[in-house]
Design a protein around this ligand. Structure first.
Ligand code: HAM
Length: 420
């Protein structure tokens, strides 16, 4: 777009958001279709929740000490004076929906997936947007580590189909509420010893929730965090055993992984398993997906005591490293010549579309040469010629643009040919 036709700054798209235009959107559609087909094979069903929720929902689940809640939420007051937030993640909405509709009483597997936009006010950079998109999956009511292993394997199945290479799977256990106080105390002690080397934010985190120091993006803080005690040494027997079983089940599924004791993930709700799949092809924002178990969230919402586990994949990130090629479109360009032919073309186009054929008619009077020039430019697979002679004879010309071959036939004959 040239300078003078670009929209005024105040009308331009918001920083950190982007348009997904035709030409690119086909890749998104192919990713969505593939994800759906894979998830449904594992017993997942789609659950669509609203794009905004009460601010309280995220404070209570994502967590008052997480970066997402303290710094990144798009929160606003609506005209009724309620504090609402554009969802920064999907997990809390699913839990809320289950409690609200008592989906746990329906007896169906509680396995849900969703795809859509999320909103976080972070500094935009490559792979990090303010409106970004996630593919999210969640499983409820299954405590067994096998389900954590299965969803990690399902993520691998999807990434494999997308042709994503060079990935590494990181796993950890962040334990449960039984072991957390002792670990927090140990971290607070370790952070206290090196307080002066930590940024102001981490000094505050050392008091509120020292686990969150691991999320800090400041390099010096990351260095200090390397010297902190490992959460693996603070797991209770049940959590240690759960983690051992996760490892065994990943081995059964032949998923290679690395245990990363600093992988506590930036959200407050995790218990036991956490995991991420990262890739060397993405630069600083290297996580394609992240997830884990959150066994207390539903109970904390005042709902039934049902555990949960899941992950979310960043769609922008995965598409930037995927080798996915959208299916080739076969478009028919209908070229009409004259007013009568335009009417016949309108009618014919409707029939073709009803038969599942992609048919484009542009209602601009053109000569034959201009029609072919346009069809070529659009990459049309076929050109159907409708002129007055064709209408009289009830026979039409069809050109295969790839081979240059010409056919002539009745409506029915050409339809049969196009569908073959
Ligand atoms: P998360 O790690 O915050 O987890 O986000 C998951 C993925 O979303 C990241 O790995 C990344 O690919 C993508 N992502 C996050 N923020 C941005 C951004 N600003 N721009 C582009 N992509 C981004 C969650 O959201 C949890 N709800 C995952 C989960 C589901 N845990 C259990 N169930």
């Amino acid at each position: 777009m040239s300078e003078d036709t670009a929209p005024k700054k105040e009308l331009a798209a918001i920083k950190g958001t982007r348009d997904i235009l035709p030409g690119e959107v086909e890749k998104w559609q192919a990713l969505e279709a593939l994800a759906r087909s894979i998830f449904e094979r594992y017993g997942f069903r789609e659950l669509r929740a609203p794009i905004f929720e009460t601010t309280e929902l995220y404070k209570k689940s994502t967590g008052e000490t997480s970066d997402v809640v303290t710094k990144e939420m798009y929160t606003f007051e609506d005209k009724g004076g309620r504090s609402l937030t554009l969802r920064p993640e999907y997990t809390p909405s699913v839990v809320r929906a289950i409690v609200e509709h008592r989906l746990d009483l329906e007896g169906a597997p509680m396995r849900y997936y969703f795809m859509g936009p999320m909103f976080r006010y972070d500094k935009p950079q490559k792979g990090r947007y303010r409106q970004f998109h996630q593919i999210d999956i969640e499983v409820f009511g299954e405590k067994d580590a096998a389900v954590d292993a299965e969803i990690i394997e399902m993520a691998h199945a999807l990434l494999g189909k997308l042709g994503v290479t060079g990935t590494e799977t990181l796993i950890n256990s962040v334990g449960c509420r039984a072991g957390r106080p002792a670990y927090s105390a140990a971290l607070r002690g370790a952070a206290g010893l090196r307080r002066n080397e930590l940024c102001a934010d981490c000094q505050r985190k050392a008091e509120t929730n020292p686990l969150r120091i691991f999320d800090c993006k400041v390099e010096a803080c990351q260095e200090v965090a390397k010297s902190f005690p490992s959460i693996q040494d603070f797991l209770c027997d049940e959590c240690r055993e759960h983690f051992a079983r996760l490892r065994e089940d990943l081995d059964v599924l032949k998923i290679a992984y690395r245990v990363e004791p600093r992988l506590v993930r930036g959200l407050d709700y995790y218990t036991k398993t956490t995991f991420e799949i990262v890739t060397s092809h993405l630069g600083a924002q290297n996580a394609i997906l992240g997830g884990g178990r959150y066994d207390d969230m539903m109970k904390d919402f005042g709902g039934p005591d049902i555990c949960g586990t899941g992950f979310a994949m960043g769609m922008e990130r995965v598409l930037s490293v995927s080798a996915l090629t959208p299916p080739v479109r076969k478009m028919l360009y209908l070229a009409y010549l004259g007013d009568e032919a335009k009417k016949a073309g309108l009618d014919l186009a409707r029939d073709l579309r009803a038969q599942g054929i992609e048919c484009l008619v542009e209602y601009k009077d053109r000569g034959m040469k201009a029609h072919f020039g346009r069809a070529n430019k659009l990459g049309a697979a076929w050109v159907l010629i409708v002129g007055e002679n064709e209408i009289k004879a009830g026979r039409f010309g069809l050109k295969d643009m790839a081979t240059g071959r010409q056919f002539e036939g009745s409506r029915e004959e050409l339809l049969a040919l196009l569908k073959s």
